[in-house]
Unconditional design. Sequence first.
Length: 184
Amino acid sequence: MLDDHADYIHQRRAEGLTDAAQLHTELQTRGWRGSLRTVQRYLRPLRPAATTPWPSPAPKPRRVTSWIMTKPENLNTEHSAALTGILARCSARQHVAAFAAIMRELGGERLDGWLHAVEADDLPAPHTLVTGLRRDHAAVTAGLSLPYSSGAVEGQVNRIKALKRAMYGRANLDLLRQRILIPH
């Protein structure tokens, strides 16, 4: 439909006109009676190809957490650069890094100072975390200070739950007890 006006369209594109609506208006003054949508469809293949590549997918939160919890000198250059980029966009980056250091170094005695620093900022999400930590302040301080871990106990609980799920409806409690007490 626009073949009669192709030379004019290409001339206007060469002059820098990229707005389909303006070109549509100009074509109407030249006697063309088609729709704006037709002009848009005609111009679509004439657009320059996008030169920006697709951004790489964002890393998973678990991966970012592991980068934060790792000492910076132990990260490889790629992970360090990715973490630096993520933290640069994070408004709570100082608080995140400070809390990670408290966890890594078992610095529970620094928790109160960290809580006060977070409360001094006006970020709502960290305030929610602080409220939760204050509910059981003694346990959190002990968890961040003592070298003990409940990891082994949690592993056993996970194993027992898996056994229970696997045996659901298949046997009685005696067999479950025997499988828990006598691991194979």
